[in-house]
Design a protein. Structure first.
Lengths: 544, 151
């Protein structure tokens, strides 16, 4: 039985033709994802409601120095084929040797997702042909993966204003260890593919989520939370843009009470924003197809980010036959806990689940709860703090250095600082205003040296990053609060003298008009008047 | 690999093949027989469709009737294991099952041998391996001239 050369069925042939039958206009999300009940998207005819079902398969690249089964380095962007060992290139005579760090990363992740860790797990071979898979098979864990039956809790805002959050849970079916494949660069001009095996053999954790989600927003929130967890654990940096976190979505729709519909798999999703778009588009596409009397084909589709739609990806052959078989070169992976730990054992050869459990860092949900308890801020605020890179540390730093109450500090962090950061696409660590400077500014405000409108002016100056301290800016622009009572009284009197109409209105009983006078005083003093004091003075004068 | 290990390996491959055949993942499989019992009609299980499917999946070339007969023999041989009552017993899938899976420290010890790896490549472009633009599908049965050529 002779073996043939590179042949076999089409697999990941990415269709490079025109965008297929995508409508150029982005479909508006007609999915009223009711966070309280299920999702009740309205079809075009509006007759029977559709229930979309979304499941995710997520591949997270393990953060480790070397690969899963070989000692070559794991690094993003290196000269092609420079991080490849003989085993990675699948040269004959090489064998896989399991990397302990990868096992620990998978156990950590399993524990963080409330999974049952399988003390005995097995490795299998999944066969398919592709140029970037030199061995012709991938070593994975199909029969008995390392972790099963977990859950992931995530939160969604019901409305767009972040004022009401609801918590949802998605079940984790399993987590398995597997090898990554190499990278293919398609050179259509010369009709060839260039293969770089640097990524071949890098350890991946595949996290399989049950189809408990119902729309793009839920999927995105779940992935975001998983990303935060992985980053907190350090088991994966989970940067989607660098391919360290890859998400495939399985989407189907059905009528309530009926069995699940045929599902399609959506690939090539490169960011969380695109995930939402891809899932929602696919749901709408399937609904439209079914309402027009068509059927949904069980196929793999790719998300085209430019057109905002999904296109069919694979060829006509239906299900792939991967011919799973046990990996003959690897015995079962045995993990231990405190109870089952054998005595007199080489600790380097043993992975102790309990030991890892004790050393788990605070997960995002715990961090948020602590923030709320410690600082008395709202849960929605804690979400933003944990969600944005480095913002939580920034906030805590400022709180430490200022007398201002955390509840007031949070306002400055979330509205002033964060909006500026977002406008310039910066993270908290890249902020031109350091936590020291902001704390200084808030102290000036808290001490009553400047008014809050003056503080905002100082903030804008500080943002320019010219190296001046808040105090220097205040002096330079003369923004100190007028402390001289007499001076204030003079200005207030001047305003009263000018504005006869308003004064009359107040005297007649319309008290609210006084705010206009306060505003005028503020303008006259260029923000250097304490509004409370001004109000007092005005009220006194007007009652005379 | 020592001759003994090679034998064990071959037995395992055939076992896997039998399990796969029994798994019913093949479209034209006519093995409806359920659990244990008398020797199943292995003659029937190796049909033309199965051979085509296998050639497509594994890129093997059965070449001629003798090759197919060898396959049938192997399947028959392995299926004799069905005569053993294995109820409640976990299958053996590796003779290494009692061995300890060695865990390697996470150190970089290999790599950096681009030139050596590319030595074997017939074609290369700036240190990349060169492959056809996509998988070249095996032609359909009718168009294949080498299928069971010798028979």
């Amino acid at each position: 039985m002779a073996a043939r050369g590179c042949g076999g069925v089409w697999r990941r042939a990415l269709q490079r033709g025109p965008g297929g039958s995508c409508s150029a206009s982005r479909p508006r999300r007609a999915v009223a994802c009711n966070a309280r009940g299920g999702a009740v998207p309205v079809g075009q005819s509006g007759l029977a409601p559709w229930v979309p079902v979304v499941g995710l398969e997520i591949h997270a690249q393990i953060t480790s120095n070397s690969k899963l089964f070989s000692g070559s380095q794991v690094q993003f962007a290196a000269p092609p084929n420079s991080l490849v060992s003989f085993f990675d290139a699948s040269l004959p005579g090489t064998l896989p040797v399991l990397n302990r760090r990868c096992v620990e990363a998978a156990v950590m992740t399993g524990l963080a997702l409330n999974c049952t860790i399988n003390k005995k797990s097995l490795f299998d071979r999944k066969h398919y042909f592709y140029a970037d898979l030199p061995a012709g098979y991938q070593i994975t864990q199909q029969r008995v993966p390392i972790a099963v039956n977990g859950s992931l809790s995530y939160s969604l805002c019901i409305d767009n204003k972040m004022s009401q959050m609801v918590t949802k849970t998605v079940r984790i079916k399993q987590i398995q260890l597997e090898q990554d494949s190499g990278k293919s660069l398609h050179d259509d001009a010369r009709s060839q593919t260039l293969v770089d095996l640097n990524r071949a053999g890098v350890g991946l954790m595949e996290v399989v989520m049950e189809p408990d989600m119902c729309c793009g927003e839920e999927a995105a929130a779940a992935v975001r939370e998983l990303q935060l967890i992985l980053q907190t654990l350090g088991s994966s940096q989970a940067i989607m843009a660098e391919g360290q976190l890859r998400v495939d979505a399985n989407v189907s729709v059905h009528h309530p009470g009926e069995p699940y519909g045929v599902r399609t798999e959506v690939k090539n999703i490169n960011s969380i924003r695109f995930l939402t778009k891809a899932v929602d588009y696919e749901i709408q596409r399937q609904i439209k197809e079914l309402e027009n009397g068509g059927t949904v084909v069980n196929e793999t589709r790719a998300f085209d980010s430019k057109l905002g739609c999904t296109v069919p990806m694979r060829d006509k052959e239906g299900k792939q036959d991967y011919r799973f078989m046990p990996e003959p070169n690897l015995p079962p992976l045995i993990l231990y806990d405190a109870k089952s730990l054998p005595a007199n054992v080489n600790h380097q050869q043993v992975v102790n689940i309990d030991w890892i459990h004790e050393r788990l860092p605070d997960l995002p949900s715990v961090k948020r709860a602590k923030l709320v308890e410690l600082y008395g801020i709202l849960p929605e605020h804690s979400f933003t703090l944990v969600n944005e890179d480095g913002l939580m540390e920034f906030f805590e730093d400022v709180v430490k250095r200022t007398q201002m109450k955390p509840k007031k500090v949070i306002g400055w962090i979330l509205s002033d600082l964060l909006s500026h950061l977002k406008q310039h696409s910066l993270t908290a660590n890249e902020s031109p205003i350091s936590s020291f400077l902001l704390a200084d500014l808030l102290n000036l405000l808290e001490n009553g040296d400047i008014s809050s409108s003056a503080a905002k002016q100082v903030f804008e100056e500080l943002w320019k990053g010219e190296g001046k301290t808040p105090l220097e800016i205040v002096k330079e622009k003369q923004l100190e609060l007028i402390q001289d009572q007499e001076e204030l009284e003079q200005i207030c009197q001047a305003v009263i003298d000018e504005r006869e109409k308003e004064v009359m209105a107040i005297k007649e009983g319309n008290k609210k008009v006084i705010n206009k006078l306060i505003g005028l005083v503020r303008k006259a003093t260029r923000g250097r008047a304490n509004p409370l004091l001004v109000k007092q003075i005005l009220e006194k004068k007007l009652s005379e | 690999m020592t001759p003994r290990n090679r034998f064990r390996w071959r037995v395992m491959r055939v076992l896997a093949l039998c399990r796969w055949l029994r798994g019913g993942t093949v479209r034209a499989l006519r093995l409806g027989a359920a659990a244990a019992s008398s020797a199943p009609p292995s003659q029937d299980s190796v049909t033309v469709e199965v051979l085509d499917h296998l050639e497509r999946l594994a890129l093997v070339d059965f070449r001629d009737a003798e090759g197919v007969e060898r396959l049938r023999e192997a399947v028959r041989f392995a299926e004799r294991l069905r005569e053993v009552n294995t109820e409640g017993i976990e299958p053996l899938d590796s003779v290494l099952e009692d061995r300890c899976l060695y865990l390697r420290e996470d150190d970089v010890t290999e790599g950096n041998c681009t030139a050596e790896l590319l030595k074997n490549a017939r074609e290369k472009v700036e240190e990349y391996f060169v492959a056809p633009p996509g998988n070249i599908p095996l032609p359909e049965l009718e168009e294949r001239d080498t299928f069971l050529k010798g028979s």
